[in-house]
Design a protein around this ligand. Structure first.
Ligand code: NAD
Ligand code: TYD
Length: 337
């Protein structure tokens, strides 16, 4: 049976990935290594936690001894690397932990993976490494890396390191670069869950700048199905972009959430812009579609409704989050904006 090391499996995308995989497969063991930062939450894994082929280890990917011990104990030959500090705004407040985890942590994983001669190392990355687009054009896999935030630069550095291990050591690596995700279990610092929860609570909705910044939204399950496919069938040494061709300006999403929840637009508050704010992201996913046969299964209309319903039904999940350390973050991020 395949033992797959999944890093960051208690976060938004990683937990959805583990729950999705273990719901349909019992032919692999998942070993989830997660530091449980503010963004990691074991409640996300309730559907999986009792399964015999699921194992959780609390720890830091940059701890060489621990990572070495895990590879040895579980005879790891397959890695899917989600763990990261993932929020642009937090990276602007303080960048050090981003480089520690996203760059040095990835380096530890790669070095140990090299020693244990892994058969596949999948680096889960982001379209933000390509920088920002003007009104036209799409990111393809050959768009030069031009990251603008501390977060995206740390991911770009990690991607380049991963590729260097392919070229230098012939390590069997693959990189996926996905656009903005939404869905259940997303930490309410990111646009969509933050706006849903603030709307439910009749709190102001802080729109950065003119609200016309564009992101290309994909439902988390569509992303994870693509990750699974690339992991199974992707070509070693290649990069695959993942996106659902669903570009929307932020203000349009915010108004849609308000309308779904039957709340008034007076909750909208335009606030000071994010420094270095990327204007537009948009993904060309022709490669994964034509070479691997992936295509998104969810429409934005249905999946955003499901997502809002999930937050309505899972108040206890997000209430526990927003009553804790989150309040301090919220004050620092928004009070002086
Ligand atoms: P998240 O912040 O929700 O979760 C990150 C997880 O990593 C958390 O469980 C956290 O505890 C864990 N973690 C952080 N530092 C760690 C460390 N040093 N050691 C072990 N675990 C650690 O992030 P997410 O949105 O689920 O993103 C997952 C991955 O997908 C990231 O690599 C991110 O760059 C990438 N990605 C995210 C998006 C998006 O829209 N959220 C889009 C494209 C790519
Ligand atoms: P975010 O969810 O942080 O993702 P990313 O910056 O990685 O794309 O932000 C998505 C967009 O929403 C981005 O253009 C910034 C904007 N935004 C706001 O206008 N207000 C907010 O409070 C947040 C968190 C984001």
């Amino acid at each position: 049976m395949k033992n797959i090391l999944v890093t960051g499996g208690a976060g938004f995308i990683g937990s959805n990935f583990i729950n999705y995989i273990l719901d349909k497969r019992d032919d692999c063991n998942i070993i989830n290594l997660d530091k449980l930062t503010y963004a990691g939450n074991l409640e996300n894994l309730m559907p999986s936690e009792k399964k015999e082929n699921y194992h959780f280890i609390k720890g830091d990917i940059s701890n060489f001894e621990l990572v070495h011990y895990i590879f040895e104990k579980y005879k790891i030959k397959h890695v899917i690397h989600f763990a990261a500090e993932s929020h642009v705004d937090r990276s602007i407040l303080g960048s050090e932990i981003f480089y520690r985890t996203n760059v040095l942590g990835t380096n530890v994983l790669l070095e140990v993976a090299r020693k244990f001669e892994v058969e596949k190392f999948l680096q889960v990355s982001t379209d933000e490494v390509y920088g920002s687009l003007g009104k036209d054009g799409l990111f393809t896999e050959s768009t030069p890396l031009s990251p603008n935030s501390p977060y995206s630069s740390s991911k770009a550095a990690a991607d380049m390191m991963v590729m260097s291990f392919y070229h230098t050591y012939k390590m069997p690596v693959i990189i996926t670069r996905c656009s903005n995700n939404y869905g259940p279990y997303q930490f309410p610092e990111k646009l969509i869950p933050l706006m849903i929860i603030n709307s439910i609570n009749n709190k102001k909705l802080p729109v950065y700048g003119d609200g016309l910044y564009v992101r290309d939204w994909i439902y988390v399950i569509d992303h994870n199905k693509a990750v699974e496919l690339v992991f199974e069938k992707g070509k070693i040494g290649e990069v695959y972009n993942i996106g659902a061709s669903n570009e929307l300006p932020n203000i349009k999403i915010i108004k849609l959430i308000l309308s779904y929840l039957k709340k008034g637009e007076e909750l909208i508050e335009y606030v000071k812009d994010r420094p270095g704010h990327d204007r537009r992201y948009a993904i060309d996913s022709t490669k994964i579609q034509t070479q691997l046969g992936w295509k998104p299964a969810f429409t934005f209309e249905n999946a955003i409704a499901d997502t809002i319903e999930w937050y309505l039904k899972n108040e206890s999940w997000w209430k526990r989050i927003i009553s804790g350390e989150y309040q301090k973050y919220y004050e620092i991020q928004y009070l002086s904006r």
